[in-house]
Write a protein that binds this ligand. Structure first.
Ligand code: NAD
Ligand code: UDP
Ligand code: UDP
Length: 316
């Protein structure tokens, strides 16, 4: 018999998952962290391993899992283009088979389940900023499709399990998030720029750097996850979680150079195919239902992330 809530975090050894495990432990939950270490690392959760409420499980979400839990946060999936395009078939399997297995588990043990969906479900959006009601503009056969369509299908499965089996679901659509424990080599823009600036290498801006993104600091996002789980059962989402502050990639590069005090220059590289031109969340829904909005400014979040990478690169 468990007095505390038992919570499963799939992808728990990854960037977001490790922060979520930390937060749930701080709230007094028993945490089962499940990961196959494709992009995550034990280093991310090393500091949690002595905690008696923390349990680590090496497991691939595409295979069934029979355990007893009260809540599930389904984060398992490579998130950066380099990683999800490395084995695209496996990426789709992770999203789709992973969702089926976790929904099957949730159905058997009557657990509440949250899906880490993504702003990529909007593709290259023709509506700006993107509200949840926008159906998206996604290429179904391109290099990003394994991720985008995998996540879209996972959303479909969540809503069909809700309609067919009355599951308690929450779907959150995450916009670009950054912070300590991002993978230094996964090619995402914030980690790339910071590592390049700290190492005195040129910052690689793709295209002309006029494409925009909205960057959310990890602590704000994790707070959104936890709040979404606590919403009434009638609230399923999908709900956007992201920081509406919109910056061009060139502006981001200039800020990173300023905050690191680096002498690095900017170097322009070709724009990858299907690269969305602009992205900014409409967070009206999260504000009204969950009382959630980001509180950490890009300047402050970047400084904390720079501190982390400075430590990380020196310890290697
Ligand atoms: P990440 O790569 O650091 O974490 C993903 C974790 O999932 C890793 O630990 C990885 O080893 C694990 N994993 C991958 N495939 C697995 C499998 N088959 N079985 C078990 N574990 C597996 O990425 P992240 O940024 O922490 O992303 C976490 C989730 O949030 C992902 O589902 C991602 O799609 C979603 N998301 C993240 C962002 C972002 O900006 N960070 C934006 C949108 C959506
Ligand atoms: N499943 C799991 N853990 C469980 C229950 C189910 O991993 O505790 C997986 C199992 O692989 C199953 C899938 O979830 O095929 C979907 O379960 P569901 O009950 O919806 O359908 P089933 O395929 O069992 O009819
Ligand atoms: N980007 C860039 N230089 C880099 C890495 C990325 O200019 O070294 C650009 C990329 O083309 C995209 C934006 O930054 O327009 C965000 O890329 P990321 O891979 O972080 O996230 P996503 O494209 O999935 O939003």
């Amino acid at each position: 018999m468990h007095l505390n809530k038992r919570v499963l975090v799939t992808g728990g050894a990854g960037f977001l998952g490790s922060h979520l495990c930390e937060r749930l432990l701080a709230e007094g939950c028993e945490v089962v962290c499940m990961d196959n270490y494709f992009t995550g690392t034990k280093l991310n959760i090393q500091h949690l391993r002595d905690n008696p409420s923390f349990e680590l499980l090496r497991h691939d979400v595409t295979f069934p899992l029979y355990i007893e839990v009260d809540e599930i946060y389904n984060l398992a999936c490579p998130a950066s283009p380099i990683h999800y395009q490395f084995d695209p078939v496996q990426t789709t399997k992770t999203s789709v088979h992973g969702a089926i297995n976790m929904l099957g588990l949730a159905k058997r043990v009557k657990a509440k389940i949250m899906q880490a969906s993504t702003s990529e479900v909007y593709g290259d959006p023709s509506v700006h900023p993107q509200p949840e009601s926008y159906w998206g503009n996604v290429n179904p056969i391109g290099f990003r499709s394994c991720y985008d369509e995998g996540k879209r299908c996972a959303e479909t499965l969540f809503f069909d399990y809700r309609r067919q089996h009355n599951l308690k679901i929450k779907v959150v659509r995450i916009f670009n998030t950054y912070g300590p424990r991002m993978h230094p080599n996964d090619g995402r823009v914030v980690s790339n720029f910071i590592v390049q600036a700290l190492q005195g290498q040129p910052l690689t801006v793709y295209g002309e750097g006029q494409q925009t993104r909205s960057f959310c600091y990890v602590d704000d996002l994790i707070d959104g996850f936890v709040r979404s789980m606590k919403t009434p059962d009638e609230f399923t989402g999908p709900v956007n979680l992201g920081n509406p502050g919109e910056f061009t990639i060139l502006e981001l590069a200039q800020l990173v150079i300023e905050y690191t005090g680096s002498k690095s220059k900017i170097e322009y590289r070709p724009l990858p195919s299907d690269d969305p031109r602009q992205r900014k969340p409409d967070i009206t829904l999260a504000k009204s239902v969950m009382g959630w909005e980001p509180t950490i400014k890009l300047a402050d979040g970047l400084k904390k992330t720079i501190e982390y990478f400075d430590w990380f690169l020196k310890r290697q």
